[in-house]
Ligand binder design. Structure first.
Ligand code: C2E
Ligand code: MG
Ligand code: MG
Length: 584
């Protein structure tokens, strides 16, 4: 190409223009560190006019810390070294904003080696730094409450233990679990649940001193690490104060919600010397607080660990049992005292563990509620019971009720009604043959919501019974507001009639109220002839108990039912039952 070899050398002015207009932050300083030239972009980013900066020291535009670093360690040696690369500094814009930058510089000498100036390029890494910090934050803090997460908790606790060891101090680890969080989440929705967690975490933070840690482990579990206390009493006071603070109602979407928590306390060094042991033991103490009726705190003791291990063992066994069909149902007939015919059944869940044998429902239902297994378990029970009731009807046996126990956790879940409807649909059982048994305390715990849900069931023609009545200490007055069909008098009162006058009085009172409110009454746990006679002569409508029939599997019961219903017209029950006078 013509002239290619003799390309024109750029003039100094062109270099100068290039330097000024390049979209990179560039500056040059003299031997005294004063700015002699800056690029336009340098001015743009830092927000200055050229006249405001030329002749001033570069370090005037640094933060104090960076200025010290530059003036004390970098600049004094820089002209000897000749170049530096990617030194992290912080600069300050005219508006006062801090920028994170990396500066690389090279000194320029004349032919004799005399230093003329140095030229530097700056990379603004503020955004990158921010992103890095965000990642750091996400890795260490809970996004919802902004409190340290499990990871940072472990780090902080570790640090606190090292310090406590050095100074011969104690460290308190408080495991906090909210008592009714599930209820809030299930009934008021997740947004309210989140709101509650934020509010509670703020309350916690307000209770601790500077330097103490409040961490969220997940769900409604928090851990508080307290340092620098002198006696265990101080921990008690703290826990007490916190429970009191928590007891003040908070407003969630206009609804006042009362709150409480169960707190377990473990102390370094007596309850553990390392992070894992202390957290585990505080957790075990928290479980014990739950068992003590919630809304309280418990200090760790070694027996708690045994219990916790047993509970964990039970949980994994139960998971397996659900998969392996170790769970089955038995049905206990209920007898109508007027017609002397079977009027219904109660489905009772059974678990035969291959190693431990039969495990009573009162033991595993509680564990299932705590770990959430109650939902699949409860669904299985309901469906199986409905299918069995329908199967007996299809075999030509008289149509009677099937009563199914429902635990509070199940009942409170927002999709409970849908779940029940689904089971009725799948089984083909008409809703009037299903009876839901609820305990008294469950309904009393949350009157408004309980009432709405019961009404929903009632509208669908499902029967409702209040189980173990008399044990929940609720006001009998409440009963008239609820659409129950039946009261089941708790076994403990039936057991000592007719000899114990106090229990007789309670039973009489329940019968009178039920009569007044037009409710049916079923006496549970009837075992003896004397109990039976007494109830038979009273206004009690039904009985259930070993005296008439024990709970049995469907297989065993089918033959019994056939003969029972076949004989109903002449002599429904064998031997010991008295003649029904109303037949005469
Ligand atoms: P519950 O609903 O009050 O059930 C009655 C309990 O009394 C049953 O105990 C039954 O076997 C027992 N029983 C019946 N007749 C007599 C009697 O004459 N004498 C004595 N001493 N006991 C009698 P079980 O089967 O051990 O159930 C205990 C509790 O476990 C039930 O009390 C109920 O609250 C709960 N439960 C049982 N099955 C289920 C279930 O499928 N779901 C839920 N959520 N709870 C269940
Ligand atoms: Mg029951
Ligand atoms: Mg009962």
């Amino acid at each position: 190409m013509k002239g290619a070899g003799k390309s024109r050398r750029p003039k100094a002015q062109e270099y100068r223009n290039l330097y000024l207009s390049t979209p990179v932050m560039m500056h040059s300083i003299d031997g005294a560190g004063r700015l002699v030239a800056v690029s336009d972009y340098w001015l743009e980013v830092l927000g200055y006019q050229r006249v405001e900066v030329i002749g001033r020291k570069l370090t005037d535009f640094f933060t104090g810390k960076s200025r010290d670093l530059a003036e004390e360690t970098v600049l004094p040696h820089f002209f000897e070294i000749g170049s530096v690369k990617d030194i992290p500094y912080q600069m300050v814009t005219k508006a006062g904003e801090t920028l994170d930058v990396l500066i690389s510089a090279k000194s320029v000498r004349d032919a004799k080696g005399k230093i003329l100036y140095s030229m530097a390029g700056i990379v603004d890494i503020t955004e990158r730094k921010k992103a890095e910090q965000e990642v750091q934050h996400l890795a260490h803090y809970d996004p919802l409450t902004g409190q340290p997460n499990r990871f940072l908790l472990q780090e902080r606790l570790q640090h606190a233990l090292i310090q406590a060891q050095r100074e011969d101090n104690k460290v308190g680890v408080l495991f906090v679990d909210l008592d009714h969080f599930k209820w809030v989440n299930d009934t008021l929705g997740h947004a309210c649940g989140d709101d509650l967690l934020k509010k509670v975490s703020r309350k916690m933070q307000d209770c601790v001193r500077h330097g103490d840690t409040v961490a969220r482990l997940g769900g409604d579990e928090f851990v508080i690490v307290l340092c620098g206390f002198s006696s265990d009493d101080e921990l008690s006071h703290f826990a007490q104060r916190f429970l009191e603070t928590l007891a003040r109602p908070v407003a969630l979407e206009g609804i006042e919600v009362l709150n409480s928590a169960s707190i377990g306390i473990a102390i370094y060094p007596i309850d553990g010397r390392d992070v894992d042991t202390l957290l585990r033991n505080a957790d075990a103490a928290m479980y014990s607080a739950k068992e003590h009726g919630r809304n309280n705190y418990q200090f760790y003791s070694s027996e708690m660990n045994q219990k916790m291990l047993a509970r964990l063992g039970m949980e994994s066994r139960l998971r397996r049992a659900l998969k392996n069909r170790e769970i089955y149902l038995e049905y206990q007939p209920q007898l109508d005292l007027r017609s002397r015919c079977i009027s219904g059944f109660e489905a009772l869940v059974r678990w035969r563990d291959p190693d431990l044998g039969m495990i009573p429902p009162v033991e595993f239902i509680k564990v299932a509620e705590e770990c959430g297994l109650i939902y699949p378990l409860g669904e299985w029970v309901l469906l199986t019971a409905c299918l069995q009731a329908k199967a007996w009807q299809d075999q030509g046996l008289p149509r009677v009720r099937m009563a199914v126990n429902v635990s509070s956790t199940q009942f409170r879940r927002h999709d409970f009604i849908d779940m029940v409807e689904e089971k009725l649909r799948i089984s083909g059982l008409a809703p009037e043959y299903l009876e839901i048994e609820l305990t008294e305390s469950l309904v009393m715990e949350n009157l408004q919501q309980g009432l709405e849900r019961l009404t929903d069931l009632k509208i669908r023609r499902i029967k409702l019974a209040i189980d173990d009545f008399g044990t929940g200490y609720s006001s009998l007055q409440y009963l008239k507001h609820f659409p129950f069909d039946r009261i089941k008098i708790a076994q403990e009162f039936v057991q000592s009639i007719p000899d114990n006058p106090e229990d007789v009085a309670i039973v009489e009172a329940i019968l009178a109220i039920a009569d007044n409110l037009n409710l049916e009454v079923l006496a549970e746990g009837v075992e003896s002839h004397r109990q039976f006679d007494y109830l038979y002569a009273s206004s009690c409508t039904e009985i259930q108990g070993y005296y008439f029939a024990r709970p049995q599997t469907a297989e065993h019961l089918t033959a019994f039912l056939r003969s029972h219903f076949a004989q109903r017209d002449n002599h429904p029950l064998t031997g010991d039952l008295p003649e029904d006078s109303s037949d005469a």
